[in-house]
Design a protein around this ligand. Structure first.
Ligand SMILES: *Cc1c(COP(=O)(O)O)cnc(C)c1O
Length: 461
């Protein structure tokens, strides 16, 4: 039986005029649509199972071997083995270092991809899967609104991918000089638009375009972070880390610095596929709605979200919470209203969460450097601090792996101020200074944007 995808909103009773989507779709449709028509998130109706001995066989093998195992488990019905092999080979051509910090405790660095954050892992594989399921001889046109980092990860991921063009919209006065350079100069099939307006304006332009029937012929699609195509690749590194580091089928703890919960969701699925995960530690920054929920059983989003130094995690209502709730028997909608609470006892059994303040984050960056000579940036530091909090409460000798989700060189001001040293810039970031290219400036008026798309986008290969 092939895996089908249902909506997290399927049980809602006509909330706010939305009709629940009670059907199921194939992976390809979930991938191209991004989200269900009832604004719910797509979920696989079956979770494929892995055998421990097959996981253990991946020890010492390249990352792409683990990627292929997971890709086949989910996608074998819809993609040929050769296609999947090519997708994972092309997606993963950089290293995934593990650093032993103290006995049995590791940091997994997911910061060696082209834009130096873990988002490269998911974006690169999703781009190649999309390229393989576009309609024959037609192009796909991806539209993304970004406040900075996601746009460059998605842009780089799709660069040179056959049959797909990407248009990135960013608010002209809300990105840093470095981000602007990253976005404007990707080149090739990637075009940046600098919008005279705010991030919300960018999002609105994209939303309107998706519902505009004049633009249907362009096969518009989004590379949004709630796409299941971005969750699936995030299962892989948990299995990979476990295969490399475990000795004899022991349980492991993972600590995952969390914002929209897509990264942590990869670990949740890995456990449900059979990976021996004793605990998923999900530290947040001061946006503490989830740790408060686990403690009290009451969920209330943080609105507006709090601006912390780990800014990629400034999320007051994590979009993937809907998937976590669903997996544990509950329902929460896009705006954060709970329609049915999940099984809290069960959630507490597998998940631990704690909120880490900015002050603790800075202290952690300093103390980890002092004690272990390891440089963390602020997101990874939240992960590490969360793991230490967990061990304080539950002292045990277990294999533990903490994810570092970005390269410290992405945040030179903060890290250099705290540690008093210069961070060496990775190769992928060095070349950006020499790149050329420019964005097209547009107003925040929808008709202008539409005219631009009508003039520029291509339909056929
Ligand atoms: C996006 C991001 C996160 C948060 O990941 P989620 O999947 O949203 O929980 C953490 N660290 C960095 C560097 C990020 O870019």
């Amino acid at each position: 039986m092939s895996i089908r995808y249902y909506s997290t909103n399927r049980n809602l009773k006509n909330v706010a005029g939305i009709t629940p989507f009670t059907g199921k779709v194939a992976f390809k449709e979930a991938l191209l649509k991004g989200q269900a028509e009832d604004e719910g998130l797509f979920m696989p109706d079956t979770i494929p199972q892995l055998k421990l001995k097959d996981i253990q066989k991946l020890k010492g093998k390249p990352y792409s071997d683990t990627a292929l195992l997971i890709a086949k488990a989910f996608l074998a019905d819809e993609f040929s083995p050769n296609t999947l092999k090519k997708v994972v080979k092309d997606s993963y051509n950089y290293s995934v270092p593990m650093e032993e910090i103290r006995p049995k405790t590791y940091i997994m660095r997911l910061d060696q991809g082209p834009t130096a954050s873990f988002k490269d892992f998911a974006a690169r594989m999703m781009a190649r899967l999309m390229s393989n399921c576009r309609p024959k001889c037609e192009r796909l046109n991806v539209l993304v609104a970004t406040s900075g980092d996601t746009g460059s990860a998605v842009g780089e991921a799709f660069k040179g991918v056959a049959g797909i063009d990407v248009t990135i919209l960013y608010p002209q006065n809300e990105v840093s000089g470095m981000q602007k350079k990253q976005l404007d100069t990707i080149g090739g099939n990637i075009q940046a638009l600098s919008v005279c307006g705010k991030f919300d304006d960018c999002q609105n332009l994209v939303k309107q375009a998706f519902s505009d029937s004049d633009l249907l012929k362009f096969n518009l699609t989004s590379a949004n972070s709630i796409n299941f195509g971005r969750i699936l690749p995030q299962i892989i590194y948990y299995v990979y880390a476990y295969a490399q580091l475990s000795e004899n089928g022991e349980d492991a703890i993972f600590s995952v610095p969390s914002g929209n919960f897509g990264d942590a969701l990869g670990c949740e699925y890995a456990r449900r596929m059979g990976l021996p995960v004793a605990k998923l530690v999900m530290p947040t920054n001061e946006n503490d709605e989830f740790p408060i929920y686990l403690n009290t059983g009451k969920y209330k989003k943080v609105s507006p979200s709090r601006a912390c130094i780990s800014n990629a995690m400034n999320v007051g209502h994590p979009s993937n919470l809907a998937r976590f709730f669903d997996l544990y028997g509950g329902t929460v909608d896009r705006v954060g209203q709970v329609h049915r609470y999940p099984d809290l006892q069960k959630m507490r059994k597998y998940i631990f969460s704690v909120s880490i303040t900015d002050e603790q984050t800075r202290e952690t960056i300093k103390s980890v450097y002092k004690r272990y000579h390891v440089i963390l940036e602020q997101h990874g530091a939240v992960g590490w601090a969360g793991l230490e909090e967990y061990f304080k409460r539950f002292p045990e000798q277990k294999l533990a792996i903490c994810l570092e989700t970005a390269h410290p060189a992405k945040f030179p001001e903060e890290i250099e101020k705290l540690l008093g040293l210069t961070i060496p810039v990775p190769e992928s970031m060095k070349s950006i200074d020499q790149r050329e290219g420019s964005a097209v400036a547009i107003s925040n008026d929808y008709n202008n944007f539409k005219n631009y798309l009508l003039k520029k986008l291509k339909i056929k290969e």
